[in-house]
Write a protein that binds this ligand. Structure first.
Ligand code: S3P
Length: 181
């Protein structure tokens, strides 16, 4: 499928960790024949170390600065499907950048689904706590309004298979484009 909007914008996938942004984003990019970028992966390639190591050395604040710098760069290079880190929506300047330079797709998943995907995860620094379930519940409460505030399109990513979620997103993107042309 071809989308005109990719000539001037990116498609940004936002949502909590475990919502499927990377898996769905990669497949979506394939279906749209465009390049896929995962911000966490891009930051790891640039720094030569893992996200966990960046948190260890520079703290969350250092990681967030790197994330903002990368997002600003991506803003000037349209035509990508970009899967973003779950905390990218925390900074107001990032939210503005997402809204102005892309179509934002919020992948919404409930606590049960997130926990089933994240319970054994060792690579996400925010979950390396004594009560990771509570962390996820709090993040859901704190961040859902922020994801909603930037979202042009919201898709429930709870039950569908990856393929049917991607098909649904493509349908909604086409509708979004037609409404704006
Ligand atoms: C984070 C989510 C992670 C990663 C970092 C912080 C967050 O990305 O950016 O561990 O604040 O929610 P994913 O959402 O891809 O797991």
């Amino acid at each position: 499928m071809q989308l005109q909007l990719l000539t001037t914008k990116n498609i940004f996938l936002v949502g909590l960790m475990g919502s499927g942004k990377t898996t769905i984003g990669r497949k979506l990019a394939t279906r749209l024949s465009c390049e896929f970028i995962d911000t966490d992966h891009a930051l790891e390639v640039r720094s030569g170390v893992s996200v966990g190591r960046i948190f260890d050395v520079e703290g969350e604040a250092g990681f967030r600065q790197r994330e903002t710098r990368l997002l600003k760069e991506l803003a000037s290079t349209p035509g990508h499907v970009v899967s973003t880190g779950g905390g990218i929506i925390l900074a107001a300047e990032n939210r503005q950048c997402l809204e102005q330079n892309g179509v934002c797709i919020y992948l919404q998943a409930n606590f049960g689904v997130l926990w089933s995907r994240l319970k054994d995860c060792k690579k996400r620094p925010l979950l390396q706590k004594s009560d990771p379930q509570e962390v996820i519940k709090q993040l859901l409460i704190e961040r859902a309004p922020l994801y909603e505030s930037v979202a042009d399109i919201t898709v429930k990513a709870d039950q569908r298979s990856v393929n049917s979620t991607v098909t649904k997103i493509l349908h909604l993107l086409k509708q979004y484009e037609q409404q704006r042309s």
